[in-house]
Design a protein around this ligand. Structure first.
Ligand code: KG4
Ligand code: ZN
Length: 346
Protein backbone atom coordinates (compact mmCIF):
# COMPACT_ATOMS: atom_id res chain seq x y z
CA UNK A 1 0.00 0.00 0.00
CA UNK A 2 1.40 3.39 -1.06
CA UNK A 3 0.90 6.35 1.25
CA UNK A 4 1.68 9.94 0.32
CA UNK A 5 3.04 11.85 3.33
CA UNK A 6 2.91 15.65 3.55
CA UNK A 7 4.85 17.72 6.08
CA UNK A 8 4.64 21.51 6.35
CA UNK A 9 4.75 22.11 10.12
CA UNK A 10 7.71 24.49 10.06
CA UNK A 11 10.19 25.55 7.39
CA UNK A 12 10.54 22.40 5.29
CA UNK A 13 8.00 21.85 2.53
CA UNK A 14 8.21 18.08 2.30
CA UNK A 15 6.45 15.10 0.78
CA UNK A 16 7.23 11.42 0.31
CA UNK A 17 5.70 8.17 -0.85
CA UNK A 18 6.24 5.19 1.43
CA UNK A 19 5.15 1.65 0.68
CA UNK A 20 3.77 -0.52 3.48
CA UNK A 21 5.02 1.79 6.21
CA UNK A 22 8.77 1.40 5.77
CA UNK A 23 9.92 1.37 2.15
CA UNK A 24 10.64 4.93 1.02
CA UNK A 25 9.91 5.23 -2.72
CA UNK A 26 10.58 8.96 -2.95
CA UNK A 27 11.35 11.75 -0.49
CA UNK A 28 11.40 15.42 -1.45
CA UNK A 29 12.38 18.14 1.02
CA UNK A 30 12.27 21.73 -0.21
CA UNK A 31 13.97 23.77 2.46
CA UNK A 32 13.11 27.40 3.09
CA UNK A 33 16.39 28.06 4.90
CA UNK A 34 17.61 30.79 2.49
CA UNK A 35 14.39 32.75 3.07
CA UNK A 36 14.64 32.66 6.87
CA UNK A 37 18.43 32.95 7.12
CA UNK A 38 18.49 36.80 6.93
CA UNK A 39 16.36 36.79 10.11
CA UNK A 40 18.35 33.97 11.77
CA UNK A 41 15.10 32.23 12.65
CA UNK A 42 11.86 30.99 11.11
CA UNK A 43 9.46 33.81 10.22
CA UNK A 44 5.99 32.22 10.40
CA UNK A 45 4.44 34.46 7.74
CA UNK A 46 7.21 33.70 5.23
CA UNK A 47 6.97 29.99 6.06
CA UNK A 48 3.26 29.68 5.31
CA UNK A 49 3.54 31.75 2.13
CA UNK A 50 6.38 29.60 0.79
CA UNK A 51 4.46 26.42 1.60
CA UNK A 52 1.50 27.79 -0.37
CA UNK A 53 3.73 28.55 -3.35
CA UNK A 54 5.61 25.25 -3.27
CA UNK A 55 3.29 22.51 -2.04
CA UNK A 56 1.88 21.57 -5.46
CA UNK A 57 5.30 21.21 -7.13
CA UNK A 58 6.78 19.38 -4.14
CA UNK A 59 4.00 16.77 -4.25
CA UNK A 60 4.24 16.56 -8.05
CA UNK A 61 8.00 15.95 -7.87
CA UNK A 62 7.47 13.32 -5.15
CA UNK A 63 5.03 11.37 -7.33
CA UNK A 64 7.24 11.76 -10.42
CA UNK A 65 10.29 10.46 -8.57
CA UNK A 66 8.34 7.39 -7.48
CA UNK A 67 6.98 6.95 -11.02
CA UNK A 68 3.45 7.27 -9.75
CA UNK A 69 0.29 9.05 -10.83
CA UNK A 70 -2.12 10.51 -8.26
CA UNK A 71 -4.40 7.53 -8.92
CA UNK A 72 -1.69 5.13 -7.64
CA UNK A 73 -1.74 6.67 -4.16
CA UNK A 74 -3.78 4.64 -1.64
CA UNK A 75 -3.97 7.19 1.20
CA UNK A 76 -2.68 10.61 2.27
CA UNK A 77 -1.05 11.22 5.65
CA UNK A 78 -0.34 14.75 6.82
CA UNK A 79 1.08 16.52 9.88
CA UNK A 80 -1.67 18.42 11.67
CA UNK A 81 0.09 19.04 15.03
CA UNK A 82 2.22 20.53 16.64
CA UNK A 83 3.80 23.32 14.60
CA UNK A 84 3.24 26.76 13.13
CA UNK A 85 -0.48 27.04 12.58
CA UNK A 86 -0.34 28.86 9.25
CA UNK A 87 2.20 26.38 7.88
CA UNK A 88 0.32 23.32 9.16
CA UNK A 89 -2.86 24.56 7.49
CA UNK A 90 -1.25 24.67 4.05
CA UNK A 91 -0.22 21.00 4.12
CA UNK A 92 -3.44 19.93 5.80
CA UNK A 93 -5.62 21.74 3.26
CA UNK A 94 -3.64 20.30 0.37
CA UNK A 95 -3.87 16.79 1.82
CA UNK A 96 -7.61 17.12 2.38
CA UNK A 97 -8.13 18.27 -1.21
CA UNK A 98 -6.01 15.40 -2.55
CA UNK A 99 -7.83 12.80 -0.45
CA UNK A 100 -11.25 14.23 -1.31
CA UNK A 101 -10.50 14.45 -5.05
CA UNK A 102 -9.22 10.85 -5.19
CA UNK A 103 -11.70 9.55 -2.64
CA UNK A 104 -8.97 7.95 -0.55
CA UNK A 105 -8.38 7.94 3.23
CA UNK A 106 -6.87 10.93 4.99
CA UNK A 107 -4.75 10.40 8.12
CA UNK A 108 -3.77 13.38 10.29
CA UNK A 109 -0.54 12.71 12.16
CA UNK A 110 1.29 14.03 15.25
CA UNK A 111 4.66 15.37 14.07
CA UNK A 112 6.58 14.24 17.17
CA UNK A 113 5.23 10.68 17.07
CA UNK A 114 6.27 10.63 13.42
CA UNK A 115 9.81 11.69 14.39
CA UNK A 116 9.92 8.71 16.74
CA UNK A 117 8.73 6.47 13.91
CA UNK A 118 11.45 7.73 11.52
CA UNK A 119 14.03 5.14 12.61
CA UNK A 120 11.78 2.40 11.14
CA UNK A 121 12.09 3.81 7.62
CA UNK A 122 14.37 2.26 5.05
CA UNK A 123 15.46 3.23 1.57
CA UNK A 124 15.37 0.39 -0.99
CA UNK A 125 19.09 0.73 -1.76
CA UNK A 126 20.21 0.57 1.89
CA UNK A 127 22.05 -2.62 2.73
CA UNK A 128 20.26 -4.72 5.33
CA UNK A 129 18.49 -2.32 7.71
CA UNK A 130 18.66 -3.15 11.39
CA UNK A 131 15.55 -4.88 12.75
CA UNK A 132 13.21 -2.26 14.24
CA UNK A 133 13.41 -1.92 18.01
CA UNK A 134 10.78 -3.82 19.97
CA UNK A 135 8.38 -1.92 22.22
CA UNK A 136 8.60 -0.72 24.91
CA UNK A 137 11.59 1.57 24.46
CA UNK A 138 12.74 4.96 25.60
CA UNK A 139 12.19 7.75 23.08
CA UNK A 140 14.36 10.84 22.80
CA UNK A 141 12.58 13.45 20.70
CA UNK A 142 14.69 16.52 20.15
CA UNK A 143 13.83 19.21 17.66
CA UNK A 144 13.65 22.97 17.25
CA UNK A 145 10.49 23.20 19.32
CA UNK A 146 10.56 20.17 21.62
CA UNK A 147 12.80 18.10 23.88
CA UNK A 148 10.87 15.06 25.02
CA UNK A 149 11.89 11.92 26.86
CA UNK A 150 9.14 9.34 26.62
CA UNK A 151 8.25 5.72 27.05
CA UNK A 152 6.92 4.24 23.81
CA UNK A 153 4.66 1.20 24.11
CA UNK A 154 3.51 1.43 20.54
CA UNK A 155 3.95 3.82 17.60
CA UNK A 156 0.82 5.62 18.84
CA UNK A 157 1.21 5.10 22.56
CA UNK A 158 3.81 7.35 24.11
CA UNK A 159 3.99 8.50 27.71
CA UNK A 160 5.91 11.72 28.19
CA UNK A 161 8.28 11.19 31.14
CA UNK A 162 10.21 14.41 30.80
CA UNK A 163 10.20 17.51 28.65
CA UNK A 164 11.75 20.93 28.53
CA UNK A 165 10.51 23.42 31.08
CA UNK A 166 11.53 26.35 28.86
CA UNK A 167 13.48 26.25 25.59
CA UNK A 168 13.99 23.21 23.40
CA UNK A 169 17.48 21.87 22.76
CA UNK A 170 17.39 22.83 19.06
CA UNK A 171 16.19 26.30 19.94
CA UNK A 172 19.23 26.80 22.20
CA UNK A 173 21.56 25.74 19.35
CA UNK A 174 19.79 28.16 17.00
CA UNK A 175 19.83 31.10 19.41
CA UNK A 176 23.48 30.69 20.39
CA UNK A 177 24.44 30.50 16.71
CA UNK A 178 22.32 33.56 15.99
CA UNK A 179 23.95 35.72 18.68
CA UNK A 180 27.48 34.68 17.71
CA UNK A 181 26.75 35.02 14.01
CA UNK A 182 27.77 31.41 13.38
CA UNK A 183 25.07 30.89 10.74
CA UNK A 184 21.60 29.48 10.36
CA UNK A 185 20.20 27.02 11.24
CA UNK A 186 22.42 26.81 14.27
CA UNK A 187 22.43 23.11 15.11
CA UNK A 188 24.30 21.81 12.11
CA UNK A 189 26.70 24.81 12.11
CA UNK A 190 27.61 24.45 15.79
CA UNK A 191 28.02 20.69 15.33
CA UNK A 192 30.46 21.36 12.48
CA UNK A 193 32.59 24.10 14.06
CA UNK A 194 32.66 22.40 17.47
CA UNK A 195 34.74 19.62 15.91
CA UNK A 196 37.75 22.00 15.95
CA UNK A 197 37.09 23.38 19.42
CA UNK A 198 38.04 22.55 22.98
CA UNK A 199 34.90 21.42 24.81
CA UNK A 200 36.60 22.04 28.15
CA UNK A 201 37.42 25.70 27.41
CA UNK A 202 34.30 27.00 29.17
CA UNK A 203 32.32 25.51 32.00
CA UNK A 204 28.72 26.42 31.29
CA UNK A 205 25.98 25.76 33.89
CA UNK A 206 23.76 22.69 34.12
CA UNK A 207 20.19 23.15 35.39
CA UNK A 208 19.47 21.55 38.76
CA UNK A 209 16.55 19.47 37.65
CA UNK A 210 17.68 16.12 38.92
CA UNK A 211 15.26 15.70 41.80
CA UNK A 212 11.64 14.78 42.35
CA UNK A 213 9.15 15.24 39.55
CA UNK A 214 11.69 16.96 37.29
CA UNK A 215 14.15 14.06 37.21
CA UNK A 216 13.58 13.53 33.50
CA UNK A 217 13.03 17.16 32.51
CA UNK A 218 15.49 19.45 30.79
CA UNK A 219 16.00 23.20 30.68
CA UNK A 220 17.97 25.20 28.15
CA UNK A 221 17.28 28.84 28.88
CA UNK A 222 19.96 29.07 31.60
CA UNK A 223 22.61 27.52 29.38
CA UNK A 224 21.54 29.62 26.41
CA UNK A 225 21.77 32.85 28.42
CA UNK A 226 25.09 31.90 29.99
CA UNK A 227 26.61 31.29 26.57
CA UNK A 228 25.12 34.47 25.12
CA UNK A 229 26.37 36.47 28.12
CA UNK A 230 29.87 35.34 27.23
CA UNK A 231 29.45 37.29 24.01
CA UNK A 232 30.53 40.65 25.49
CA UNK A 233 33.81 39.12 26.50
CA UNK A 234 34.08 37.41 23.12
CA UNK A 235 33.72 40.80 21.39
CA UNK A 236 36.32 42.68 23.44
CA UNK A 237 38.99 40.01 23.40
CA UNK A 238 41.51 40.34 20.60
CA UNK A 239 42.31 37.86 17.87
CA UNK A 240 42.07 34.30 18.91
CA UNK A 241 41.89 34.84 22.67
CA UNK A 242 38.43 33.35 22.70
CA UNK A 243 37.86 31.02 19.82
CA UNK A 244 34.35 30.59 18.41
CA UNK A 245 35.13 26.88 18.05
CA UNK A 246 35.72 26.65 21.82
CA UNK A 247 32.43 28.39 22.58
CA UNK A 248 30.62 26.04 20.19
CA UNK A 249 32.27 22.91 21.57
CA UNK A 250 31.77 23.88 25.23
CA UNK A 251 28.12 24.80 24.64
CA UNK A 252 27.43 21.63 22.66
CA UNK A 253 29.03 19.42 25.29
CA UNK A 254 26.84 20.93 28.02
CA UNK A 255 23.70 20.82 25.86
CA UNK A 256 24.25 17.11 25.24
CA UNK A 257 25.07 16.49 28.91
CA UNK A 258 21.73 18.01 29.95
CA UNK A 259 19.85 15.68 27.61
CA UNK A 260 21.81 12.61 28.59
CA UNK A 261 21.42 13.17 32.33
CA UNK A 262 17.62 13.16 32.05
CA UNK A 263 17.64 10.32 29.52
CA UNK A 264 19.88 8.07 31.59
CA UNK A 265 17.84 8.78 34.73
CA UNK A 266 14.75 7.57 32.85
CA UNK A 267 16.57 4.56 31.40
CA UNK A 268 17.70 3.47 34.87
CA UNK A 269 14.40 4.10 36.66
CA UNK A 270 12.23 2.45 34.01
CA UNK A 271 14.66 -0.33 33.12
CA UNK A 272 14.48 0.62 29.43
CA UNK A 273 17.78 -0.01 27.70
CA UNK A 274 16.77 0.65 24.10
CA UNK A 275 16.82 4.32 23.16
CA UNK A 276 15.22 5.50 19.94
CA UNK A 277 16.01 9.05 18.90
CA UNK A 278 14.27 11.38 16.47
CA UNK A 279 14.11 15.04 15.44
CA UNK A 280 16.67 17.43 13.99
CA UNK A 281 18.95 17.41 17.05
CA UNK A 282 19.21 13.60 16.77
CA UNK A 283 21.65 14.32 13.91
CA UNK A 284 24.10 15.82 16.44
CA UNK A 285 27.44 14.03 16.32
CA UNK A 286 28.36 14.73 19.97
CA UNK A 287 25.04 13.22 21.14
CA UNK A 288 25.64 10.16 18.97
CA UNK A 289 29.23 9.74 20.17
CA UNK A 290 28.32 10.13 23.83
CA UNK A 291 25.53 7.56 23.59
CA UNK A 292 27.76 5.20 21.61
CA UNK A 293 30.05 4.98 24.64
CA UNK A 294 27.28 3.32 26.64
CA UNK A 295 27.77 -0.35 25.79
CA UNK A 296 24.84 -1.29 28.00
CA UNK A 297 22.32 0.60 25.85
CA UNK A 298 20.97 -0.10 22.38
CA UNK A 299 20.75 3.13 20.42
CA UNK A 300 18.62 3.54 17.34
CA UNK A 301 19.02 6.71 15.29
CA UNK A 302 17.17 7.41 12.05
CA UNK A 303 19.32 7.78 8.94
CA UNK A 304 20.43 11.46 8.85
CA UNK A 305 17.99 12.37 6.02
CA UNK A 306 15.09 11.27 8.24
CA UNK A 307 16.23 13.11 11.40
CA UNK A 308 14.97 16.53 10.32
CA UNK A 309 11.48 17.22 9.05
CA UNK A 310 10.43 14.99 6.16
CA UNK A 311 7.32 13.53 4.57
CA UNK A 312 8.54 9.92 4.79
CA UNK A 313 8.06 9.68 8.56
CA UNK A 314 4.53 11.06 8.09
CA UNK A 315 3.68 8.55 5.35
CA UNK A 316 5.27 5.72 7.35
CA UNK A 317 3.33 6.26 10.56
CA UNK A 318 0.23 7.12 8.50
CA UNK A 319 0.34 3.61 7.02
CA UNK A 320 0.36 2.08 10.52
CA UNK A 321 -2.81 3.98 11.48
CA UNK A 322 -4.40 2.99 8.21
CA UNK A 323 -3.55 -0.67 8.78
CA UNK A 324 -5.52 -0.43 12.04
CA UNK A 325 -8.48 1.08 10.26
CA UNK A 326 -7.71 4.63 11.37
CA UNK A 327 -8.65 7.61 9.24
CA UNK A 328 -9.41 11.27 9.85
CA UNK A 329 -12.53 13.17 8.81
CA UNK A 330 -12.16 16.01 6.30
CA UNK A 331 -13.19 18.30 9.17
CA UNK A 332 -9.97 17.57 11.11
CA UNK A 333 -8.18 20.76 12.18
CA UNK A 334 -4.60 21.80 12.90
CA UNK A 335 -3.22 22.49 16.40
CA UNK A 336 -0.10 24.50 17.18
CA UNK A 337 0.49 22.64 20.45
CA UNK A 338 0.06 19.20 21.97
CA UNK A 339 -0.62 19.00 25.69
CA UNK A 340 2.22 17.58 27.80
CA UNK A 341 4.95 18.20 25.23
CA UNK A 342 6.19 21.21 27.22
CA UNK A 343 6.21 21.57 30.98
CA UNK A 344 5.90 24.50 33.32
CA UNK A 345 8.21 25.02 36.28
CA UNK A 346 7.73 24.09 39.11
O1 KG4 B 1 12.99 18.22 13.68
P1 KG4 B 1 13.46 19.48 13.05
O2 KG4 B 1 14.02 19.41 11.65
O3 KG4 B 1 12.32 20.56 13.04
C1 KG4 B 1 11.44 20.71 14.10
O4 KG4 B 1 10.49 19.91 14.21
O5 KG4 B 1 11.73 21.66 14.89
O6 KG4 B 1 14.56 20.10 14.02
C2 KG4 B 1 15.19 21.31 13.72
C3 KG4 B 1 16.20 21.59 14.81
C4 KG4 B 1 16.85 22.98 14.67
O7 KG4 B 1 16.81 23.63 15.91
C5 KG4 B 1 18.26 22.65 14.24
O8 KG4 B 1 19.20 23.63 14.65
C6 KG4 B 1 18.49 21.33 14.95
O9 KG4 B 1 17.27 20.64 14.77
N1 KG4 B 1 19.59 20.55 14.37
C7 KG4 B 1 20.68 20.18 15.07
C8 KG4 B 1 21.53 19.50 14.17
N2 KG4 B 1 20.91 19.46 12.94
C9 KG4 B 1 19.72 20.11 13.10
N3 KG4 B 1 21.01 20.38 16.36
C10 KG4 B 1 22.19 19.91 16.78
N4 KG4 B 1 23.06 19.25 15.97
C11 KG4 B 1 22.78 19.02 14.67
N5 KG4 B 1 23.63 18.37 13.89
ZN1 ZN C 1 10.42 18.16 13.42
Amino acid sequence: MKVLGIETSCDECAAAVVEDGTKVLSNVIATQIPFHAPYMGVVPEIASRKHTEWIYSVVKETLDKANLEPKDVDAVAVTNRPGLLGSLLVGLSFAKAFAWARNIPLIAVDHMKAHLYASRLSVPSAAGPEPPPAYPFLGLLVSGGHSIICRADDFDDITVLGATIDDAAGEAFDKVAKHYGFGYPGGAVIDRIAKNGDSGAFRFPMPSLHKGPHRYDVSYSGLKNAVINQLDLFRVKKDGEIKPEDIAASFQKTAVKILLRALLNASEDYGLTTIVAGGGVAANSCLREQLAQRQDLRRVFPPPEFCGDNGAMIAGIGYQYLARGGRSPLSVTASARVEGFKKKYP
